[in-house]
Ligand binder design. Structure first.
Ligand code: BGC
Length: 738
């Protein structure tokens, strides 16, 4: 990314019209701009209508009936004294009508242009409803699959999340916010929310400043650099100060260090929740805390409208703070051209679910599926060689569940399920027998497992669609046990006993612990909640009309007790190795206390995940040769340039995601064992070989030191390249002081 060039879609904060309009506003009208009202099922309710006419509302959330949105805008523009149009906010998280794969799945594509295209489609469909502001992308680095919101995230890695988050911002905001198809994006939840204790939503986070700066903040900084129009504060308490009252985050980091003018909105009623947290005694104190910390707009809550006027009157809050917040909101409205174009002409947009939208949804589902096991090359299936296919499982024909969480506007009627798609793709040649076996993913009733096993016995191959229903992940949908729920493990075992090849397709909103089933499955395709077009993508991947190319954006633990387990952990003073670990089953009861290696591992799970970050197979194989650095000794501040030869050594074309990892051996603060620094999707024909280049700038190698400042430090580095985070091909370089 060219960091020196401002994104054309950023908000123009110095617009002279803002100052002039601000000069005409009463204090009540100013505070009105900081207020967001929920429409929801009541739509244009009496309180909202009153607030619109009085100029006491700046934004409406949760109204997507275009005629009602237009009427709201008309009331704001034509019936209020100053005619200020509205921001219309909606959670457009992974598509609007055309549901794309969940963000965690999109992250598995490692394909920023694809993520950008998917967001562009979502923006177009949402804009047709009058929405002009989406609460996306969610940029919380997430290393805890118990947390239901990992589904909304780009996974465990800050570099991947930053690249995809910036792409999503570019997709929503387009080349210009003035484009009627653009939405203002919102980077959320600023910051640290992904670290909620125990993976329990809304719980406290305890993230030291150094970890915040090196892990949790970089994706937000990438979004800011991409010109994101707004940020949302997190619900969570961070080191004793909830994010919604965190002046250090919202002023020191966002405004002073990053120079951002992006408007900051609270999360849903999170201003008043400051009193529930126990940081404030009542709504008045909450309003004081949030406005002084730097929250410009209150999402669905009445602390600001209820108390700011008095706080200013009493001289407790400076009017200047209100003016700054209002200016940011007005500047956004001017940038979106809402003053000269407040109404939505639905006829000027393509209909929802248009062919190009479905094509992007399908491409996203194809690229996001990750093949993690393929014993004896059981995949791809060959339709000519199969007479009978058994399609089993509670998610094989679950149009709603494949859409995943946050689909307020999605239509399950637009979903094509794996069962439908398999029938369509190979039904002419292959006899397809279907048995869900379990009514839902949580069903514990084992009675129909026998029926499913019978179908398996009569078939040449079995596809079993397993996982979680949509409702088991997302906000406030956390799990302490992340095995396949219900009787699904028993189902897999029942099918495996029939001796036919069994292919597991896992449709879930999080990494699951799959140790109990992987050994009974011949192939495993992680298809996540793949959206409307999940079915055709899965069918084409299983039958080799397309090849898997996804890579895991988060590690898959062996057991839940390993969580958090992620690739870029610190080394510790006692790192484990295969020689220094013991297994609980092998330990002599009288073994001396100090005999077990004394390194950092679990007696029952070791120290590695079941599947590591970045991992994914395809139908061909790739090898990496001749890694070389242009210079092994590089002056601090200059670029490190490496080349490697990538070869497709199989007999099919394929896509490899080339991943570059670095370890800084000695730092002024300890550095992770590996950090992802760059990645690239590369398509190679069978037998093709290509030279791949990686250029790392000083910025790429920089990290926040003890003083919080980012800089690269001199010393020795390891550089690895490969197809996952355990890639063995390595070269070393040194950064040198002048
Ligand atoms: C969530 C936000 C969301 C907001 C509005 C909150 O509960 O945390 O991510 O944007 O609701 O629906």
């Amino acid at each position: 990314m060219d960091r020196s060039r401002p994104s054309p879609s950023r908000v123009e904060i110095d617009d002279p019209r803002v100052t002039s309009l601000l000069g005409e506003m009463t204090l009540t009208e100013k505070i009105g701009q900081l207020h967001q009202i929920n429409a929801g099922e009541a739509h244009l309710h009496d309180h909202l209508a009153w607030a619109l006419r009085e100029g006491r509302v700046g934004s409406v959330i949760n109204e997507v009936e275009v005629d009602i949105v237009n009427e709201m805008q008309r009331m704001a523009v034509e019936e209020s004294r100053l005619g200020v149009p509205l921001l219309i906010g909606r959670d457009v998280i992974h598509g609007f009508k055309t549901v794309m794969p969940i963000p965690l799945a999109q992250a598995a594509s490692w394909d920023p242009p694809l993520v950008q295209d998917a967001a562009r489609i979502a923006a177009r469909e949402a804009a047709a409803s009058g929405v002009n502001w989406t609460f996306s992308p969610m940029l919380d680095v997430s290393r805890d699959p118990r947390w239901g919101r990992i589904a909304e995230s780009f996974g465990e890695d800050p570099t991947l999340a930053g690249a995809l988050g910036a792409a999503m911002v570019r997709g929503y905001q387009g080349d210009s916010l003035a484009n009627p198809v653009s939405l203002a994006a919102c980077a959320k939840h600023f910051a640290g929310y992904g670290a909620v204790e125990g993976g329990r939503d809304y719980a406290a986070t305890n993230v030291p400043e150094n970890e915040l700066r090196n892990v949790y903040l970089p994706p937000f900084q990438a979004a800011v650099e991409a010109g994101v129009a707004t940020l949302m504060t997190s619900f969570s308490d961070i080191d004793g100060v909830p994010a919604t009252a965190n002046r250090w985050l919202l002023r020191t980091v966002l405004r002073d260090e990053w120079g951002s003018d992006a408007m900051v909105v609270s999360d849903w009623d999170s201003v008043r929740q400051l009193a529930i947290h126990g940081l404030a005694a009542n709504d008045r104190e909450s309003a004081y805390q949030a406005i002084t910390a730097g929250v410009d707009m209150e999402m669905h809550g009445e602390a600001y409208v209820g108390h700011l006027e008095a706080l200013i009157g009493q001289g407790v809050v400076a009017l200047e703070l209100i003016d700054q917040a209002v200016a940011r909101i007005l500047a956004l409205k001017y940038s979106l051209h809402l003053f000269d174009r407040p109404y939505t002409d639905v006829g000027s947009f393509p209909p929802p679910g248009a062919a190009d939208a479905r094509a992007v949804a399908k491409r996203a589902a194809l690229e996001s599926a990750v093949l993690v096991k393929n014993a004896s090359d059981v995949l791809p299936l060959n339709a000519q060689a199969l007479d009978r296919l058994a399609v089993i499982g509670p998610l094989a024909d679950a149009a709603h569940d494949q859409l995943g969480t946050w689909i307020f506007d999605g239509d399950p009627g637009m979903s094509i399920t794996p069962l439908q798609a398999l029938r369509e793709l190979v039904g002419d040649h292959v006899d397809i027998a279907y048995e869900p076996a379990l009514a839902t993913s949580r069903d514990r009733d084992m009675q129909r497992i026998e029926t499913a096993a019978t179908l398996a016995r009569q078939a040449d191959a079995v596809v079993v669609c397993l996982g979680e229903e949509a409702i088991l992940s997302g906000e406030a949908h956390c799990r302490a046990d992340i095995d396949l729920p219900g009787a699904q493990t028993a189902l897999v075992r029942g099918l495996a006993e029939e001796g036919r090849p069994v292919i597991g397709v896992i449709m879930a909103g999080r990494p699951l612990t799959l140790s109990g089933v992987v050994e009974h499955l011949d192939a495993v395709l992680i298809a996540w909640h793949g959206g409307a077009m999940a079915g055709p993508a899965i069918a084409e991947l299983l039958f080799g009309h397309a090849a898997p190319s996804g890579k895991l954006p988060a590690s898959f633990p062996r057991m839940v007790g390993q969580v958090p387990i992620y690739h870029s952990h610190k080394r510790t003073g006692k790192p484990p190795s295969p020689e220094t670990i013991a297994h609980i089953d092998d330990i002599d009861p009288r073994a001396p206390q100090l005999s077990l290696g004394m390194t950092s591992f679990h007696l029952d799970a070791g120290y590695t995940p079941l599947f590591p970050f970045g991992y994914g197979l395809t139908y061909t194989t790739f090898t990496y040769h001749d890694l070389r650095l242009e210079q092994a000794r590089v002056r601090l501040g200059e670029d490190v340039v490496a080349h490697v030869e990538l070869e497709n050594t199989g007999s099919r074309e394929g896509v490899e995601v080339v991943q570059w990892y670095v370890r800084d051996l000695v730092g002024s603060v300890t550095r992770p064992v590996r950090e992802l620094k760059a990645f690239e999707r590369v398509h190679l024909a069978a037998g093709e070989r290509r030279s791949i280049t990686c250029r790392l700038t000083a910025q790429d190698l920089a990290f926040a030191g003890r003083d919080g400042r980012r800089r690269a430090e001199a010393g020795e580095f390891h550089l690895w390249v490969g197809g996952d985070s355990q890639a063995p091909v390595r070269a070393d370089f040194w950064l040198e002081d002048d």
